[in-house]
Design a protein around this ligand. Structure first.
Ligand SMILES: Cc1cc2nc3c(=O)[nH]c(=O)nc-3n(C[C@H](O)[C@H](O)[C@H](O)COP(=O)(O)O)c2cc1C
Length: 170
């Protein structure tokens, strides 16, 4: 599909069907994460796949924003691998995780799946519940699945600033 059409038609999916996701489609999403750019190509991301009943129960207790997705990816950053911006000292982990998650979100759309970029969850509880190593920090969740028949974009999906109000030529 043409990229702009794909990017325009994608919307945050918050209601999923129970239809199982084919393994090939999950592989496409994983590969999209693999090829995502990261600062200095440090690739500080580790991604947990939550699809067992037990894992889904835990994440749904953590946040209402896991919705009823059959699979939830949790994009995490290894604090020891992220790049440090030499001028400001800022660390690249959150930016890297954002790019990786976006790659996965668009890949999901490209194979006919819905998803939602989610930051509304408790990363500390996640770390504890899933016994993550000390250096690994969860940044974003990506619930993924087939869209339910009733699923529609939220009203705010349609609210976009005009290009002229966003771009400033210097
Ligand atoms: C960094 C980030 C965090 C977000 N966190 C959440 C979230 O926790 N829960 C949720 O339902 N949507 C979340 N969203 C989805 C946004 O609300 C959504 O992308 C925005 O309203 C535009 O709608 P659209 O994705 O349907 O085009 C998040 C999106 C981004 C980029």
């Amino acid at each position: 599909m043409d990229f702009i059409k794909l990017a325009t038609e994608r919307f945050s999916t918050r209601d999923f069907s129970s239809r199982e996701i084919e393994e090939e489609k999950l592989e496409i999403i994983k590969n999209a994460a693999r090829v995502a750019p990261t600062a200095k190509n440090n690739q500080p991301h580790k991604i947990y796949i939550l699809k067992s009943e037990e894992a889904l129960k835990k994440i749904r207790e953590n946040t209402r924003c896991a919705f009823n997705a059959p699979v939830v990816f949790a994009v995490c950053i290894d604090g020891e691998k992220q790049w440090k911006q030499p001028f400001t000292g800022e660390l690249s982990g959150n930016i890297d995780a954002g790019i990786v998650t976006t790659h996965m979100m668009l890949a999901a759309e490209s194979v006919g799946l819905g998803s939602c970029f989610v930051c509304y969850f408790d990363p500390m509880k996640f770390k504890k519940d899933f016994s993550l190593p000390e250096n690994i920090t969860p940044v974003a969740l990506l619930p993924v699945g087939y869209k339910s028949e009733e699923c529609e974009p939220a009203d705010r999906h349609f609210i976009r600033n005009e290009i002229k109000d966003t771009f400033i030529e210097l």
